[in-house]
Design a protein around this ligand. Structure first.
Ligand code: HEC
Length: 243
């Protein structure tokens, strides 16, 4: 019976779908890594904020949660304009977004929650040259994406290579055809920092929640000690023979 099931599974259409879907690379997310959050925030401001807002993220959080210096945030992120309590908006209006890209670049505050960190990490590294597209690029994970390859100067340019498997299924790989300013390892780290920052932005409360968790555990341990003593007290006068 098991063998039959296995046989059916091998030749089921499900298998065909699975073998064509792209596997996601795992994102190095650690929201307690403040230097990584800082690098990610800087990359975001330089390469993404021109099009994407983070409407729930205040600059002051960079000081509180990412450990940045307030003066540096005011100077490097706000360029002397606006207040530390402002949220991270973009200069791009919806109308311009639609007329330039066909679709307005979405706010990225909750993207990691909606798509997952691994998806974002893989997506940002999966652009490849496609002259048939208005932006000159396409994306393995997000077919016919309207976003240009904004990190191309760092990563370089990739081409899509088609590989045919033993069962006739095609799989796609990307290969670097033009180097960028970073090598593969540096680029993966930069995108990792960026994804880590977006993972933090998607749920800033996770920092507080887990520090609260420690206090809850501490409280439970103390409570256990007290209850144990209480139990001893209650049973003290009971004759051991009865038990
Ligand atoms: C020049 C404008 C522009 C810049 C700069 C830009 N993007 Fe985009 N981005 C877009 C557009 C337009 C889309 C919508 C694509 C679509 O729906 O086809 C998009 C989509 C996305 C998505 C997919 C969102 C979703 O859930 O569908 C992610 C993630 C993303 N961008 C991340 C980034 C990051 C990170 C950066 C900075 C490294 C960045 N973008 C810089 C224009 C931009």
């Amino acid at each position: 019976m098991n063998k039959l099931f296995f046989f059916l599974l091998c030749f089921s259409p499900l298998w065909a779908v699975a073998s064509e879907s792209l596997s996601l690379d795992s994102a190095p997310v650690d929201v307690y890594d403040q230097p990584s959050l800082q690098r990610g925030a800087r990359l975001y401001a330089e390469y993404c904020q021109g099009c994407h807002s983070l409407k729930y993220m205040r600059y002051s959080r960079l000081v509180r949660d990412a450990g940045m210096d307030e003066a540096a945030v005011l100077k490097d992120f706000l360029h002397g304009e606006g207040a530390i309590g402002d949220v991270m908006t973009t200069g791009l209006t919806k109308e311009n977004g639609v007329s330039w890209f066909g679709v307005a670049p979405p706010d990225l505050s909750l993207t990691v929650r909606a798509r997952g960190a691994d998806w974002v990490y893989t997506y940002l590294r999966s652009f490849y040259l496609d002259p048939s597209k208005p932006t000159g690029v396409n994306n393995l994970l997000f077919k016919d994406v309207a976003m240009p390859n904004v990190l191309g100067e760092l990563q370089g340019q990739q081409e899509r290579v088609v590989e045919e498997g033993w069962n006739g299924h095609k799989s796609y790989k990307l290969s670097l055809v033009q180097p960028g300013r970073m090598d593969a390892e540096q680029f993966d780290q930069a995108v990792g920092d960026l994804t880590n920052y977006l993972a933090y932005v998607a749920e800033p409360a996770q920092l507080e929640r887990s520090s609260l968790g420690k206090w809850v555990l501490f409280y439970l341990v103390i409570l256990m000690v007290v209850l144990y003593k209480l139990k001893k007290e209650y049973w003290r006068d009971v004759d051991a023979d009865i038990l």
